[in-house]
Every structure is written in C-alpha cells, then in structure tokens.
Design a binder for this molecule. Structure first.
Ligand code: ZN
Length: 281
C-alpha cells in the first residue's frame, strides 16, 4: 500500500470512529503499514477532521519523512508492529466505555471482559490489562511489547485500548494452520478428552436444536433425504457415543485429501491466491 492510499483510508476510518463517538476531542490515533514505513495520524489532530495531505509519514526506522509531526503515542504503535510482523494497522482510542472498564478496581488483569458474545470471543479473544504508566512514560511500550505477542488487543489501565489489525498475509497463515490440523488428524489419534468434549458439544447442540421447530423440520428432511428413514434422539446419541478416535482418523484420511478439499475465503482479498498445491494435507 502506498502512503497516499493509507492516508485516505486513515482519514475515512478516523471520521467513522469519531462520528460513532468512539473517541473525542483530539484523543485517539491510527497508523497503517505502507511500502516504506508507516502513515500515522498527526499530533493534536481530531480523528473526525483529518487531512490526507498532512498525514505523518514515517520511514522504517520511525523517522518523520513527510507530513506533520506524528502522534505523541507513536511508540505504542511501534511496539505493536515490532512484536507482530503480520500487523497492518493499529488503532488506539480513549473510548469512553473501554476507559471506564480500565478504571474498575476488581477486574481480572489477564482477561478484562467476560466472553459475553461469540463475536467478542472471535474478534478479541482475551483482553489483558496493562498497568498504569504516566503519559509519555516509555515503559508503557515495554509493557505492550510483553503482551503483544499473545494478544492483538490490549487495554491500558486508566487510559484505553490498543488494537492491531492483520493484513492479507495473515489469511495465508490461517490456511496453513488449518491444513496442519488436518494433517495431524490424519496422522495421530485425537486425545480422549478432546473427543469427549466434541461428543458432549454435539449432543448438547442436538438437544438444543429440538427446541426449534424449523431446525427439527430440516433435521427430519435431511435424515429422509440422506438415509430414507428417521433416527430417534436415543439412536443418534448412541451413535455419537460409539465413535472412537480410530474412526475420526479414518474419516480424516478419507476426506482431507489435497485433490478434493475446497477452500472458501471471504473478504477484500486484494490479489490473494491459493493454488491446489498449497492445499497439501
Ligand atoms: Zn492514549
């Protein structure tokens, strides 16, 4: 991405963040990785009123090479990029509710928020709290570095969140990790406790599904179409319980085959290509 493209995107996202009241006044800052360094919001600027022409441009050493002086919190961004090579953008805000949570006395420092929604678990995972440091104290960057390897989002105590976003290159890594799991399923037996968890989860969702008329109906239709008969809940539970780690391995060997697996990737893929040879598992 060129600095000009990044400056335009930062201006657009900045306005969207400001309009949604996620940060106020001149607080909050955004940066994006560009071809030869970073584009970053200037110091004392409002995210609601950025100008692409004056966006700070930093070289790969963090030296200012164009635009206005960058945000005084540039060191927070640098800490994230340093530890997370796949990081393409960083957003730091003083958003009201996050700041409020970061000021609470009795929160779990390893994970500030409980997993309230599935979306939160998916997008944030666990959110650790970084202790309070006075404004401008560079020890804050060390504290961010210490946690950035395991977390793409951290909450600064009495201050606000710092969140790193990944780039398109991360999609390739995700595909590689999934294929590695497939290989493992083919080569090794799944551990007993994992199999137990999977069975319990499956039985739980089967029973919950019975509470919805539409899922009951589609279940009946599926059974009729695939097997020509209806299976009672007892029969299904019994079949689930009879599955062994050996069965799982056998099925994995049958289905996880480079020639027949299909891959679906959603999003702005920007030239992202995966060949069938890359799907070896
Ligand atoms: Zn701040």
């Amino acid at each position: 991405m060129t600095p000009a493209q990044a400056a335009k995107l930062i201006t657009r996202f900045g306005k969207s963040i400001f309009d949604r009241r996620l940060t106020a006044g001149t607080s909050g800052n955004i940066s994006m990785k560009v071809d030869d360094g970073w584009s970053m919001t200037p110091t004392n600027s409002s995210l609601g009123d950025l100008d692409p022409a004056t966006m700070s441009r930093l070289d790969t050493n963090g030296k200012l090479i164009g635009g206005k002086e960058p945000t005084k919190e540039a060191f927070l961004h640098r800490a994230m990029y340093e530890i997370r090579p796949d990081c393409a953008a960083v957003v730091h805000l003083h958003s009201t509710h996050s700041v409020a949570v970061s000021c609470l006395a009795d929160i779990d420092h390893h994970n500030v928020l409980p997993p309230i929604t599935a979306y939160y678990v998916m997008r944030v995972g666990t959110l650790p709290l970084i202790p309070y440091f006075k404004p401008g104290d560079l020890k804050l960057a060390d504290a961010v570095r210490a946690l950035a390897g395991k977390h793409h989002a951290v909450l600064l105590a009495n201050h606000g969140p710092v969140v790193a976003g990944t780039s398109i290159e991360a999609a390739r890594k995700v595909v590689e990790l999934i294929l590695k799991e497939f290989r493992q399923l083919k080569e090794e037996l799944v551990p007993e406790d994992e199999l137990r968890r999977a069975k319990d989860h499956l039985k739980g969702s089967l029973m919950l599904g019975l509470e919805s008329t539409s899922s009951r109906m589609s279940n009946l239709a599926r059974q009729q179409m695939y097997f020509g008969r209806f299976f009672s809940l007892d029969e299904l539970v019994e079949s689930i319980e009879s599955v062994t780690a050996g069965h799982v391995q056998q099925i994995a060997q049958q289905f996880f085959d480079q020639k027949q697996i299909a891959l679906t990737v959603l999003g702005n893929l920007d030239g992202f290509r995966i060949a069938r040879e890359d799907l070896a598992c």
